[in-house]
Design a protein around this ligand. Structure first.
Ligand code: GDP
Length: 460
């Protein structure tokens, strides 16, 4: 695999900090000649003679002219992020200075790095497996507590270790099958097939759980789509504004996923909630929400992971509400019923009016019980699932490969039921190990790698 990368021997350079003015900027250099190249611009010390993991302050110079006073961090391969020699130059954060440093370093023999190339080298040098490398990008793009934790756990090998357990199980199966094949000439009755069955059943169960976790993984990575639906004047904008004032989220979109629809984004308890088509909510367009049956409301609802049906408790009766409930149940929509403007009613009246219906009573205008809506949103989405330590699949590539692993396992289970021969089982198990290897990157191709790493930012 490494042989195919023609530019593998190059030394690469890139800005590691964001574009624009900052207190400090960092230029990163990696490759065989990284230390020699920077050493040519750093007369204060002989960097080639310095120890790894050391910092050096001095003037960076090109053609005898001082560029800036910098700090140089030295990491000698393989004990570095990429596994190669790495130098990081921290300079003053002027875009002009940083640009000049990069130009002078390229003039001294390095070339500009491609997006994700540092991490790609780390992967190719065995410092990270592919799931860990992908988690690096996830961590950079993480914008909530939950996505940060998940990505960090995977960088530290959380998901890899689950896959390793799965792989070990499959390898033990494979070993038992090979044993059977070795003895087949001698007509030896094969070792206990129930042991094989239990290994495969375990692996199938484990894979199934991982596949089921993908819905939660999506929530962690992309957030939860929420639609606030209701008649005009129910209080939708008021509720939205209250939520936004308290919970507006800072969002960095993952490259290529910028959405066309206008949406407001909330961060509640570390989870991202994306309010669908907020522009529609803000306009008092009667056609949009005249009744629950209006087409656009339905369209919005079908996109949503959770729908908040908001109504004015003083304007709607139980029968009307039951129609709404019926429609949403019919369409298997995940919803919360939220009754607004309780300040204009009383607990007693409401208890009678909506008896036996599960309604959250709030006053959006007076910010009463809005916290309960938030809590219920979080509960609806997570259903307590995040408390478990179990691994969560959040990457579509992993999900697709796991589906193939799972299908192979089902094929093996079926094969064993009808007692197919060991050599056929052996083929199936190899197929299974192949798909598993694709996830961690043991089995991969250059195009796929280029695709994965092209989504990283430059300098990472
Ligand atoms: P939308 O059409 O569903 O977006 O409704 P709005 O948020 O624009 O609210 C309609 C009207 O109801 C506005 O005059 C709000 O001030 C008022 N309103 C919203 N929430 C409450 C509440 O909890 N109590 C009362 N009394 N009025 C409210």
């Amino acid at each position: 695999m490494l042989g195919k990368l023609a530019d593998w021997n190059d030394t690469i350079v890139a800005l590691a900090t964001p574009q624009g003015i900052g207190a400090i900027g960092v230029v990163r250099v990696s490759g065989k000649s990284a230390i020699e190249i920077v050493d040519r611009l750093f007369p204060a010390k002989d960097l080639c003679a310095c120890k790894s993991h050391t910092l050096h302050v001095g003037l960076l110079e090109a053609d005898g002219v001082a560029i800036d006073q910098v700090v140089v961090s030295l990491f000698k391969g393989p004990a570095s992020y990429t596994g190669e020699n790495v130098v990081e130059i921290s300079s003053h954060g002027s875009p002009y200075i940083l640009e000049k440093i990069i130009t002078d370093i390229t003039a001294a023999g390095a070339r500009l790095a491609k997006p994700g190339e540092f991490t790609q080298r780390a992967f190719l040098n065995g410092k990270l497996d592919l799931t860990q490398a992908e988690a690096v990008a996830d961590l950079i793009y993480s914008n909530t507590e939950i996505s940060r934790k998940h990505a960090l756990q995977n960088i530290r090998g959380g998901f890899s270790s689950v896959l390793k357990t799965l792989r070990d199980q499959l390898l033990s199966f494979s070993a038992l099958i090979e044993l059977e094949l070795d003895f087949s000439q001698e007509d030896v009755e094969f070792a206990d097939r129930s042991q094989l069955n239990s290994i495969i059943n375990n692996a199938e169960k484990m894979t199934d759980e991982l596949l089921s976790s993908f819905a939660l993984g999506n929530v962690i990575k992309n957030g939860v789509q929420v639609a606030i639906i209701g008649k005009p004047n129910a209080g939708k904008s008021t509720l939205l504004n209250t939520l936004l004032n308290e919970n507006r989220a800072i969002v960095s979109e993952i490259a290529g996923t910028t959405r066309d629809t206008i949406e407001e984004v909330l961060n509640i308890d570390g989870i991202l909630f994306r309010l669908i088509d907020t522009a529609g909510i803000r306009q008092h367009t009667t056609d949009l929400i005249e009744s629950i049956g209006v087409e656009r409301s339905l369209e919005k609802m079908s996109q949503a992971d959770v729908v908040i049906y908001l109504f004015d408790v003083n304007e709607i009766n139980k029968e009307e509400l039951q129609v709404v409930i019926h429609e949403m149940n019919e369409k298997a929509i995940h919803y919360l019923l939220v009754g607004n403007k309780i300040d204009l009613s009383s607990d007693k009246v409401l208890a009678e009016k909506f008896a036996n219906i599960n309604v959250l009573y709030i006053s959006a205008g007076n910010k009463k019980n809005v916290d309960i809506v938030k809590q219920r949103l979080v509960d609806e989405v997570l259903g307590g699932k995040l408390q478990t330590e179990s691994s969560v699949v959040s990457n579509a590539r992993h999900y697709e490969a796991l589906r193939l692993v799972h299908q192979s396992l089902i094929d093996i289970q079926k094969g064993m039921e009808i007692n197919i021969s060991g050599d056929l089982l052996s083929l199936d198990i190899r197929r299974c190990l192949h798909y598993l290897g694709e996830i961690t990157g043991e089995i991969t191709n250059e195009d796929q790698l280029d695709y994965i790493f092209s989504k990283f930012c430059i300098g990472k």
